[in-house]
Every structure is written in C-alpha cells, then in structure tokens.
Design a protein around this ligand. Structure first.
Ligand SMILES: *[C@@H]1O[C@H](CO)[C@@H](O)[C@H](O)[C@H]1NC(C)=O
Ligand SMILES: *[C@@H]1O[C@H](CO)[C@@H](O)[C@H](O)[C@H]1NC(C)=O
Ligand SMILES: *[C@@H]1O[C@H](CO)[C@@H](O)[C@H](O)[C@H]1NC(C)=O
Ligand SMILES: *[C@@H]1O[C@H](CO)[C@@H](O)[C@H](O)[C@H]1NC(C)=O
Ligand SMILES: *[C@@H]1O[C@H](CO)[C@@H](O)[C@H](O)[C@H]1NC(C)=O
Length: 522
C-alpha cells in the first residue's frame, strides 16, 4: 500500500513538474506561477528525465519542440533555397520584431521569451572534458598552466591563465617572447585551447617559443567577482568594452610587465571584442603604444556599418536605453545558463549538429560555417560559450551600428552624455593616436567585421603592418578560433607576422606622443 502511494505521489509530482516545465518553456503562463514553485520543482528533473525517457519520447525532442524551434524559425532555415537567402534578412527582421513585441506585451525579458532559462537539469554524461575549466583542459592536454588573480583599479577580480612554457621544455623557465591573447564577446580563455594541442592557437604559440597569457574579461566565467560589488547587481554589470579597455586590459598588461620585467615587450593578439578593447585602450591610454610590441587583430571590430549579425536588429532600439535594458535584462546578457549547459551535455546525442548550435547565443550572434566546423568539438564549445557579457556591452555595439561610422564611447542620450562627458555626444576614440604597429586579419564571411569596416579601420591606422584577408570565402568570425583549417589559413600567417622583426627594428614606435601617462578621455 505504502509503495503504491509513493509511486502515485511520484508520478503526480513528475506529471505536474513536467506540466510546469512545458508552461515555462512556452513562457506564456509563467506570470501566474509563483517563482519559488518553479524553483522547487526544477529539483525534480531527474524524475522528469526518467519519465520522459520511459514514455518513449526523448528528452531531446522535448527540448527541441519547446525551445529550439522558436529560435530556429527566427534564424535561417538550414535548408535554404536561393529565395530563402534573399528573403532571409527580411524574415529575420520580421521574426525578431515579433519577439520584441511579445516580450514587451508580456513585460518580459526578450530572451525569456525566446528561450526560458533557470531550468536546472541534472543529467549524467560521459565526457569529463565538458566540465573542465581552462587550467584543467590545459593539464589534460599535457601542458603546464598557471592562474593569476589581478584586481583592476575599479575593483573587478580577474583571473588570467598562462601557459608558461612549451610541453617538452627542459628548462621549465618561461621564454622572453611573450604573447597576450584576449578573447572576444561572450568568450573566455578557453577559446584558445578548445581545439586541442594540434590546432589551438595557445598551444601553437607555446610550441613556437612564446610565454602565453590568456586573459579573461570582467563578468565572464573566470572573472565574475568584485572586491565590493555582488555579481548579481546592476552596479557589477554596469560596464561596456570601454571600461574593459580602461581598467581590465591595462591591469593585465601591467601585471605581466611586473612579472616579466618592465623591459619585456608583449605581443597582443585579440579576437573580436579583444580587438575593440585594444583600439579603445591604445587611442585613450596612449602610453601603452610603447609598452606593447605589436598588435594582431583577428576579426577586428571597431566600426560597425555593414554587419550581418542579428546584433544589428537591436540597433533600432538602441536609442531607448531603458527599454532595451529591460528587454534584454539589465545586468548580464545571456549567462552560461543551465539550459545551454544541459544542451551541451546532450549535444553528443544530437545528430544534426545545427540543432544545438541554434541555441547558443555565440553562434546566434556570430554565425557559423559548416565546412570549417569540427563537430567533435561542439560539446566542449557549448560548455564554454557564452562565458558571460554585460547587456550594456551588447547595447554599446548596437549603438555602433546605429551610429554607422563612429567608433565612440557609450551613448547615454544628449542629457546623459552631457552629465557623463560634458558634451551632448559621446567622445569618439581617436584612432590616429594608435601608434602601435598593428596587423589586421579578417575574412569575407564575417558577420561582425565586414570588409568595408575593416578596410576603413586599416586605412586610418597610423602604423599598419598588414591587412591579411583569409583566402577562404566561407571563413567567418568564430572560425578564427576553431576552424578545422585555422592553423594553415590563419595561424601560419600570424606566426610569420609575429616573427617578423623580432629584432624590433621595424617595430619601434618612431612617433613620440609625449603625453603624460593618464587617460586623456577623463
Ligand atoms: C534544490 O536542491 C538543492 C540540493 O539538494 C538544495 O540545496 C536546494 O535548496 C533545493 N532548492 C529548492 C528550491 O528546494
Ligand atoms: C529541404 O527542403 C526540401 C523541400 O524544400 C524538404 O523536402 C527536405 O526535407 C528539406 N531537408 C532538410 C534537411 O530539412
Ligand atoms: C614531447 O615529448 C614526447 C615524448 O618524448 C613526444 O612524443 C612529443 O611529440 C613531444 N611533443 C612536442 C610538442 O615536441
Ligand atoms: C553606471 O556607469 C556610469 C558610467 O560609469 C555611471 O555614470 C553611472 O552612475 C553608473 N550607474 C550605476 C547605477 O552605477
Ligand atoms: C576535431 O577535433 C578533435 C578533438 O580535438 C580532433 O581529434 C580532430 O582531429 C579534429 N578534426 C579535424 C578535422 O580537425
């Protein structure tokens, strides 16, 4: 008798939870549902999984029906005809507007409408590397790693990872040649090691004799702490790439210099937002032009006029800051949430890998290129990206698109700007002050860094090294990190550029700015 009641109770709980989860997934009726009830029932997920499996309906299908399809229909159909391609931008715009209106009508965050978060799944999986952090991955690849904690001038606590020497180094001392790798929007230090020892840029550089440092931006998986602010407050997330360029990057560079000696010269390699912050820093804190040796910008983002990424859909709302923050969530933009983690664990079960990709904000925003995509890496990619970014950063990029042709600080609107900057429009970053030798490496199929914008940037750089365009038409934004042929298409060239002028003879800055070492922008 007792057993029967237990079973009935269990079934009842399971059914009820399942029902609630479906409601949550549809994000339509959650208004009337007390939040604590949802949280309580999310603890029952193992039972749900069992129930769903026992009913012969795979959990994957459940997820696909309730979460994936809304996103996929908003994105490109994976089976596109000529008409679809020409129709795509219109279609995406229409769909997106629907979502915005929906979210507005329900007074919800946009991404809660597209994909619900905070459903805790607790499933088993077999590949341990999915759970590994950057240092654990590095160790599993047979390399030595170090973690360094750096506090920025405004109190953010950053973790920087380091591969101090090559795998078989006998001396165990770090080489003089130093390189700092900075990931892009939604990324982390893991970006550079995910493809493994043969293809990961961090390892290739290590084997080429560099001391490799891997930065982590404030707010991402490894840098989510502050000396006084709690990471769930608006104050913590009140930053864009500007603050990163003014505080994080200088703190990391100063730290490395302190460790290695002030005469050492750091090569900087950035990807995506990792390039934006370099340009922003060099144009405002100009003495770093002399501190670094050279900059190498993969998929460089400064001007944004011709971009294809869905970020551009946000541009039209970028004037209404309050609304946009409300819509996207004022603090963090799409955290590495439970649903994405759960998905990554199950990606190995998903045959059509597009299905998984469509759920990830990184791929949603940056696109992907099937032929260069190593499907084996998908589970581990999905478990590391998105690693965290502030909504304000997204909005800042959306403003760049709206104000086509202006690479400038955050726009608070005329009044806010006056308070913030003493001027009704935000200050532009003075590109002409970037005297560091810089090479740009870009590609034609980049959703975020179009030819036009990259060329426009290149011609304005006072001390350009080279503008290299990847000789493969399909190569896109993320391919710079993970493409099957990235080593031959990009890294070989990058190493060549890095090695050039190792004597520094052709890289010495000959323009003396002579400004005091302060932030000239306030
Ligand atoms: C869910 O389970 C965890 C661990 O068993 C527990 O710490 C937590 O309080 C539970 N949450 C709720 C809302 O019951
Ligand atoms: C591609 O489209 C055709 C018809 O347009 C359809 O029959 C087919 O199932 C689609 N294939 C996939 C993989 O969606
Ligand atoms: C390191 O040493 C091992 C064993 O001697 C060798 O198999 C491997 O190829 C070496 N790796 C590199 C990158 O030189
Ligand atoms: C957010 O940051 C801006 C710019 O630094 C500052 O003016 C504003 O007071 C901050 N707002 C909050 C609530 O911290
Ligand atoms: C894909 O990634 C796996 C795991 O790192 C690797 O073993 C494999 O060689 C890669 N495939 C290609 C085509 O690069």
């Amino acid at each position: 008798m007792r057993v029967r009641i237990d079973v009935n109770m269990k079934l009842y709980i399971v059914l009820f939870t399942f029902f609630i989860l479906i409601q949550c997934s549809q994000s339509r009726y959650t208004d009337w549902l007390p939040q604590n009830l949802v949280t309580t029932f999310t603890n029952k997920t193992t039972q749900i999984t069992d129930y769903v499996r026992s009913k012969g309906r795979s959990i994957k299908q459940f997820y696909v029906d309730n979460v994936k399809n809304p996103i996929v229909s908003y994105l490109t159909p994976n089976n596109q005809t000529e008409e679809d391609i020409t129709e795509r931008p219109e279609r995406m715009k229409r769909k997106f507007n629907d979502y915005v209106e929906d979210a507005q009508a329900q007074d919800k965050k946009l991404f809660d409408v597209i994909a619900p978060e905070s459903i805790q799944y607790d499933c088993n999986d077999n590949d341990p590397s999915i759970h590994m952090t950057t240092p654990q991955l590095i160790a599993s690849h047979g390399y030595t790693s170090e973690s360094h904690t750096i506090v920025t001038s405004d109190g953010y606590i950053l973790t920087v990872h380091r591969i101090p020497h090559s795998k078989n180094s006998t001396t165990k001392t770090s080489p003089r040649k130093t390189v700092l790798l900075h990931h892009g929007l939604l990324g982390s230090s893991a970006d550079w090691i995910i493809p493994g020892p043969q293809k990961g840029l961090a390892y290739i550089l290590s084997e080429a004799g560099y001391d490799v440092w891997l930065a982590n931006v404030r707010g991402n998986t490894y840098s989510r702490a502050h000396v006084s602010l709690n990471s769930d407050t608006f104050e913590f997330w009140n930053f864009t790439f500007h603050e990163v360029s003014q505080h994080d990057l200088p703190a990391v560079i100063d730290y490395i210099m302190e460790k290695k000696g002030w005469d050492s010269k750091i090569n900087y390699i950035g990807h995506s937002m990792g390039t934006t912050i370099l340009f922003a820093m060099l144009s405002t804190k100009t003495h770093y032009n002399k501190v670094l040796r050279a900059g190498f910008a993969l998929a460089p983002v400064a001007y944004m006029t011709h971009i294809e990424s869905p970020i551009r859909l946000l541009a039209k709302y970028s004037n209404n800051l309050e609304y946009l923050l409300k819509l996207l969530g004022a603090n963090e933009f799409l955290p590495q949430n439970a649903v994405l983690r759960w998905l990554s664990k199950h990606a190995c079960e998903i045959n059509k890998f597009e299905e998984a990709i469509c759920e990830n904000s990184m791929f949603v925003l940056c696109g992907h290129d099937q032929r260069q995509f190593n499907k084996t890496l998908l589970p581990i990619m999905l478990s590391h990206v998105p690693a965290g970014a502030s909504t304000k950063t997204l909005v800042h990029y959306a403003q760049e698109i709206k104000n086509a042709g202006r690479f400038q600080q955050f726009d608070y609107g005329p009044e806010g700007n006056f308070r913030q900057y003493g001027n009704i429009s935000p200050p532009q970053y003075p590109i002409h002050k970037i005297t560091l030798p810089i090479a740009l490496l870009s590609s034609e199929n980049d959703w975020l860094a179009s030819d036009v914008d990259v060329t426009n940037l290149y011609v304005q750089l006072p001390n350009p090294i080279e503008h290299y365009i990847v000789p493969l038409k399909e190569f896109n934004h993320i391919d710079f990190l993970w493409a099957i042929d990235a080593p031959t298409l990009v890294y070989a060239k990058l190493l060549e550029l890095l090695e050039e002028g190792t004597s520094d003879s052709n890289l010495i800055n000959d323009i003396d700015i002579g400004l005091p070492i302060v932030n000239d922008l306030i």
